[in-house]
Design a protein around this ligand. Sequence first.
Ligand code: PEP
Ligand code: MG
Length: 549
Amino acid sequence: MAALRGVGIGQGVATGPVRRMAEPLPAPENTPSGVGAEVERARVAEAISYVAADLNRRAEAVDGTAREVLEAQAMIAEDPTLADEVEERVAAGATAEWAVHDAFAGFRASLEAVGGYLGERAADLDDIAQRVLARLRGVPAPGVPEPGHPFVLVARDLAPADTALLDLDQVLALITTDGGPTSHTAILAREKGIVALVGAVDAVSLADDETVIVDAAAGTVVTGPSAEELARAAERAAERKAVDAAPASPGALADGTPIALLANLGKPGDAVDAAARGAEGVGLFRTEFLFLSATHAPTVSVQREAYRELLAAFPGRKVVVRVLDAGADKPLPFLNDAHEENPALGLRGLRALRASEDILREQLTALAEADAETEADLWVMAPMVATVEETAYFTALAREYGLRTAGIMVEVPSSALLADRLLAHADFASIGTNDLTQYTMAADRLLGSVASFQDPWHPAVLRLVAEVGRAGRELGKPVGVCGEAAADPLLAVVLVGLGVGSLSMAPSALADVRRALAERTLDDAGRIAAAALAADDATSARAAAHAAG
Ligand code: PEP
Ligand code: MG
């Protein structure tokens, strides 16, 4: 056997024969049009409206994030700026094919230059351009193969439109050579519960029909597996099915210690699914996700409606809403309008809100009004808090609006190191391990070249978590984790061992974490955490935790 490495999405394992996605259509030649601008213009218009209609038709067949992705793609296809760019080329004598190819490539380059979230959307444009080109050439759009039997799909980076529509009876697992853990492919794969590995650079060597084991938990693709390895993989897949089917009891350790298992959500519509998967409440509602495409601050009434819908899904339950976390990878035009060299270190999170305090006040107004109309236990928190003064500022402001429980996110090392002093002013702390890792390791969380530093298992990150856990215990204030670390079952145990009392994650991760907790006592968790803390680096911390437990 040999193993290729990538970034696993979720904890699944699957076995099957490889099928590679067809290579993209070759780029057209830049030869002058032989039929004239009028005809080329009509060809472009027909092809674009065909593709937009096709994407909208696919959108209607699905719901949730898949639907939004497809609808967004249909809108991009008909974007007026893009249409102008295409027209400019057609008017200058280009063929429809070249005009589309060149205009989309230019748009893609500007998105990539912006980087962050928008940069990761560049693949969406390629997909749309390919669909339009295929229509112009009268050939089928490149897409997911249909060999007539279940298979492991290997692709460069699956188009969002294809990921959204994957037939889960046919596609046993998904491997991409490009893409990172925050790409659309990864987000949709996680939501659909597909066994997936992204950024598996060496998967280019996989050939059609060879049998592989895709192990998302280990982040590997095993090629040429032995009979024993295949049997073990089948056993694990069956165990996972049983875990998923198990009744969703509240989170608890083997000795009965309760550890609340909560959901990370980005829109109210996802609350029902989260509750069905056994989320005991919401540990992180990312309000900025509601307004990523807004050019103006949302009104109080629009916000109140969204928060009311969310809170109504969890009567009597804790729902932690984070005020707008704008900046860096999630810029909101109405909060971040200045160019910054290092936006992750800039006017983001609470800093940006303070600079536009009227927007923060309106958000707190909307939250207080939604709270008054519903039965959930609303907690509010501020992102990117770095000082005691900021903590006191935010909690006092929240209380001014009658919001009873106000806390902070610990995402900056300064907040972790002074957690006892910050918690003196806050009702609770929620550790955002994504940013805490980024800032502790000085490694941009979106940059593939430094991804190996972006590992929350690093003992430096764990030591900071322990500091917050200790402060919470001493002051009797709840401490939770809502970064991706909480979704890693063994790391979740370590976090509990470091004093964390609740874990919030993507709903699809709840079952695995629930099981990992139920298998260990509080003493076990402390022992496993101590083993990880004593390691020199992330890899050995992971190994030490496995060995301990
Ligand atoms: C975090 O930083 O860990 C976090 C939960 O916030 P976000 O991922 O939205 O930055
Ligand atoms: Mg964060």
